[in-house]
Each structure stands twice: as structure tokens, then as C-alpha cells.
Design a protein around this ligand. Structure first.
Ligand code: NAP
Length: 252
């Protein structure tokens, strides 16, 4: 990359605000992990998976990218993007090679991974390789996502699973695809934790300690997400009118 190109890349990244500056040295290859998920809420399973991908795949950085309006979740309640982004930022802030990005949260309309990856590929020079990391369940569906052929061309895929998870479905779907996906599977014991488990625990006034960073728990309680019941001296009280889901905000 010549000096002009390096300047152009730096300007594009600076415009984006929260993306890492990568690709400066043309003599080496950079690996950028993109942790894609709804993160409703983010938990220690996600954090361990990203750290494991960072180590195992020799990534330079992992960018956590909460989905804006997730595709395939149009009929489900999803917490507002602003809250999911804030929790992701809190959870990742103490790790020097993790970043949280508003890239998808700020985008209008439904979030399609192909659009995100295409946009990132246009920002970064060709010596920056993109690794899209997500749950293995989602990887099994990637073949049917919009513009799947672009995803196969632009990025390596990383499917994170819990031990004992049967990968046959994902492997079969990828093998049957007409597109040439490059997929790595990572077994992550901490993925026994799930966002739905955390939501259920919050609604039942149970502790989230050791399941997600305390900063995230603090945010959930402060903003009364997931039907939180305040814990006071072992007694609970119901909080009214605190649903912060997007569906409710849109009056659906
Ligand atoms: P999901 O269906 O809610 O999640 C499937 C499974 O994967 C769940 O067990 C989930 O656990 C886990 N998971 C999700 N993200 C993970 C991550 N980064 N690391 C480890 N496990 C993860 O999937 P989703 O959250 O809606 O979507 C995942 C990603 O795929 C997002 O970036 C989304 O935008 C993208 N996507 C794109 C399209 C498309 O372009 N057409 C369609 C669907 C999804 P938790 O619930 O605990 O996270």
C-alpha cells in the first residue's frame, strides 16, 4: 500500500469512528475478527469465544458488532440496539484487543451480514482478512442468507459451539452449498451460557454474577431490561412499564 492509499484507508476508518486501523504495512497480512450477534445481552460465553478465536486464529483484533435490526428476527422482540451496543461496549472495554462497533446498530433497515462484510472489504486494503465469528447454529443457516455468495468470497467464517453440539447439520449445509465457504469451528465450553438463559434469570430475579461482567448486570438493572425484578434484602418488587424492546417502542 502506498502512502496515498494508506492515507485514504485511515480517513475511511476515522470516518467510521470505531473501527480499528489495520493494513498499514503492505508486507504483512492482518486478520480482523468480526464478532456478529444480537448480544441480547452479551455474556461471558461470547467473550470467551472471541478470546479463543483471537488466540487460535492469530487475529489482530476482534470487533464486536451488535446487529442493528437482525435479519430473521423481525417477528421477535429484540432489545433496542442502543442498549445492546452499550452493554457490548461495557463488556469489551477492559480487553485491549476487543472493540465494540456501532457499525450495524447505526445502519438503517434490516442488518444483512453480506452488506456489512462488503462495506468492510471496501474500507480495508486486501492485506486485511476478515473473519466473521458467530454461533454454529447461525453458520448452518448462512447458505440461505442474502447474498451468501458474497459472504463466501469476502470472509472466512468461524462457528463457535458448546461441547457436545452436533455439527452435522452445519457441515452438511456448508458442504451442499454451491459457494465455497471457508469455515472453522471452535469448541467453547463457556457457550453453555446463552442470552436466553440470562434473560430468564433476570426475569426470575436470579443473579447474573459470573455469567456476564458486573458492568453489564449493572446496566441491565439500571435500565430495567428483561423484566428485571429489583433484589432488595431477599424480597422482590415488580417494576411496571419498563419494557425497552424495540417492538414496544414501535408500538407493535
Ligand atoms: P441467533 O440465531 O440468535 O443465534 C444462534 C445461536 O448462536 C445462539 O445459540 C446464540 O447464542 C449463538 N450466537 C450468536 N452470536 C454468537 C457469537 N457471536 N458467538 C457465539 N455464539 C453466538 O443468531 P443472531 O444473533 O441473530 O445472528 C448471529 C449473526 O448472524 C449476526 O451478526 C446476524 O446479523 C447474522 N445474521 C445474518 C443474517 C443475514 O445476513 N441474512 C441472518 C441471520 C443472522 P446467544 O443467544 O447466547 O448469543
Amino acid at each position: 500500500m502506498n502512502e496515498d492509499m494508506a492515507r485514504i484507508v485511515a480517513e475511511r476508518v476515522v470516518e467510521r469512528g470505531d473501527l480499528p486501523l489495520l493494513g498499514q504495512d503492505p508486507k504483512r497480512t492482518y486478520r480482523m475478527g468480526i464478532m456478529g450477534g444480537t448480544f441480547d445481552p452479551i455474556h461471558n460465553g461470547h467473550l470467551v469465544a472471541a478470546e479463543q478465536a483471537f488466540d487460535d486464529l492469530g487475529l489482530d483484533v476482534v470487533v464486536f458488532m451488535p446487529a442493528g435490526r437482525p435479519a430473521f428476527k423481525q417477528n421477535k422482540r429484540v432489545t433496542a440496539g442502543e442498549d445492546r451496543y452499550a452493554m457490548t461496549l461495557l463488556a469489551t472495554s477492559d480487553n485491549p484487543h476487543f472493540l465494540a462497533s456501532r457499525f450495524e446498530v447505526d445502519r438503517e433497515g434490516i442488518t444483512y451480514t453480506a452488506d456489512t462484510l462488503e462495506c468492510l472489504a471496501s474500507i480495508y486494503p486486501s492485506n486485511v482478512e476478515l473473519y466473521f465469528i458467530t454461533g454454529a447454529d447461525a453458520i448452518a443457516e448462512v447458505v440461505s442468507w442474502r447474498d451468501a455468495h458474497k459472504i463466501a468470497r469476502i470472509a472466512h467464517l468461524v462457528g463457535a459451539t458448546r461441547p457436545g453440539y452436533d455439527l452435522a447439520h452445519a457441515r452438511h449445509a456448508i458442504a451442499q452449498s454451491p459457494y465455497d465457504f471457508d469455515v472453522t469451528y471452535l469448541e467453547v465450553p463457556a457457550l453453555a451460557i446463552s442470552s436466553s438463559y440470562l434473560r430468564e434469570r433476570v426475569a426470575a430475579a436470579q443473579s447474573l454474577r459470573y455469567l456476564t461482567p458486573d458492568t453489564v448486570t449493572g446496566y441491565i438493572h439500571k435500565h430495567k431490561l428483561y423484566g428485571v425484578l429489583p433484589r432488595r434484602y431477599g424480597k422482590t418488587a415488580i417494576v411496571d412499564g419498563n419494557d425497552r424492546t424495540e417492538g414496544m417502542r414501535r408500538g407493535e
